[in-house]
Design a protein around this ligand. Structure first.
Ligand SMILES: [Zn+2]
Length: 497
């Protein structure tokens, strides 16, 4: 016994040189494939059918019970997973959307850091334009694509994350401690999540790696690591000039149009001919490393960067044109520069109901994507001041920001172990190198975690490749890509210190 003890002690102290059990890539692929076919695709099919819209789009979410339903379903599945020592809890703070929190101790002795796995179960609203045989809440599997709202953004994340852990445990491959945070407020800007992060901070431990499966992919041929995200400010801009509608013939030359005043306000904000945002405070410098990445990504994707967009047929039968046809500029425009969209309107009758009336008001929902390094709170204040200052004709102009303004994120320098693990995993499961890409979308938690855990590394990846169309019609989850991504997550977790 004494000898055995001594030998054991030596093995442990000699941990770094001793060969830990290596991942059996083939067995990993088989395990992940089975899980997806037998359990995850059916679970996500059920999940898609539930209109679990984010609280911003379903203020009555608590009474409607859809969020509760998807949280309960996912938690029940998760609790049955063969992950060593898995503890799972649905955490509920009063008046806030619930969060699934799970944790599993390290299976590798001497491991001191924690891996945080992140995803969300709330969804964007329906939107229009779905193919006749498809719909947001009517799941359909076709050619390896699972259509419907939320499967790819981001219902699959908890399933993929726990499958990666279960696959490693099944092989006896050692790994660090892991915790999972699956929220239900992401599509509203995660305003409910921050109190949870505070409440759970002690239980997060020393975070060494964040794995976030809520991002995109440049193509379906290789692993894509997201290196930056844009921030987001949204809100309602309203211009009011009258107490009630009046005859446009009688008063058309006397009354300033609320729409024209809106145009004037827009001129403060953007160059109408190019769409460039005018305030300098909405721009940031682009780090040299990110410029090099965009150049490399442009070489991989070429004109697909803009050609994959569902352009309408324009004038003379020719396609509508992008702001730029240079792939690198197009990538930078959509990831490192601000852009403004009007995503909704009020005060405007439908075309069929439009009489010759001067409307009392025009209101737009503004959605301003911010470059990764711009502080969202400051941008909100700047935007409000810019729009409300000295209104034309002394009209009543108000900008009411939405809850959940989010600051963007730029990845910290990639640790050598992570770079090599990502590339090895991409080679192993996709047969191609890992590639790097900025994303124009927003994941509010990433900046929060970067600030809270400045030493942490980030694996931000996702299944939202070409035409997957998260937030729009015909959203799909590319199942073969998702299987490979699940396997790469397992490989990276196994390689983490
Ligand atoms: Zn998402």
């Amino acid at each position: 016994m004494g000898v055995l003890h001594a030998r054991k002690a030596i093995m442990i102290s000699d941990d770094t040189t001793q060969q830990a059990r290596q991942v059996d890539h083939e067995a990993l692929r088989a395990f992940v494939g089975r899980k997806w076919n037998d359990e995850i695709v059916p679970a996500l099919t059920d999940y898609i059918a539930v209109p679990a819209k984010s609280p911003a789009f379903d203020p009555d979410w608590a009474r409607n019970g859809y969020i509760e339903r998807v949280v309960t379903d996912a938690a029940q599945w998760a609790e049955q997973q063969p992950v060593r020592g898995l503890k799972l809890e649905v955490v509920r703070l009063p008046g806030r959307t619930p969060v699934i929190f799970f944790e599993t101790a390290a299976t590798r002795s001497g491991s001191v850091e924690t891996i945080v796995l992140y995803g969300h179960l709330d969804k964007q609203p329906e939107f229009s334009g779905w193919r006749n045989d498809l719909g947001p809440w009517t799941p359909k599997l076709e050619d390896g694509k699972l259509y419907g709202r939320g499967g790819a953004d981001d219902g699959y994340a908890i399933y993929a994350s726990l499958t990666a852990l279960a696959a490693l445990d099944a092989q006896g491959v050692e790994r660090p401690r892991c915790v999972g945070i699956i929220e239900t407020c992401e599509e509203s800007g995660s305003y409910d999540l921050l109190p949870y992060v505070d409440a759970l901070r002690e239980r997060l431990g020393k975070v060494g790696l964040v794995v976030c499966l809520d991002s995109g992919a440049g193509n379906y041929d290789q692993l894509w690591l997201t290196t930056s995200l844009r921030g987001l400010v949204a809100g309602d801009l309203e211009v009011q000039v009258l107490d009630e509608g009046i005859h446009s013939g009688g008063y058309g030359g006397i009354t300033p149009s609320s729409f024209r005043i809106m145009r004037q306000l827009f001129e403060r904000l953007e160059d109408a001919s190019t769409g460039n945002l005018l305030p300098k405070g909405f721009h940031c410098g682009i780090p040299a490393e990110r410029l090099r990445e965009a150049e490399a990504t442009a070489r991989i994707l070429g004109d697909d960067v803009w050609k994959k967009i569902p352009w309408a047929c324009g004038q003379d039968g020719r396609q509508v044109l992008p702001t730029t046809t240079d792939p690198q500029e197009a990538l930078l425009n959509s990831t490192w520069r601000p852009s403004l969209s009007v995503t909704g309107a009020a005060g405007l009758p439908s075309l069929a109901d439009a009489g010759n009336v001067l409307r009392p008001r025009t209101a737009f929902k503004l959605s301003l994507r911010l470059p990764p390094l711009i502080d969202a709170a400051k941008a909100v204040a700047d935007l409000k001041a810019l729009l409300e200052f000295d209104p034309p004709y002394n009209a009543k102009v108000t900008f009411k920001p939405d809850q959940g303004a989010a600051t963007g994120w730029s990845a910290p320098d990639l640790a050598p172990w992570l770079a090599s693990a990502l590339n090895g995993a991409s080679q192993q499961h996709y047969g191609a190198d890992c590639a790097y890409i900025g994303q124009g979308g927003t994941i509010p938690l990433m900046n929060v975690l970067k600030e809270g855990f400045p030493q942490s590394q980030f694996m931000v990846c996702g299944v939202l490749g070409p035409k997957s169309n998260a937030h729009g019609p015909n959203e799909f989850l590319h199942v073969p890509y998702a299987k490979k991504l699940t396997a790469t997550v397992a490989e990276v977790i196994a390689a983490a210190p």
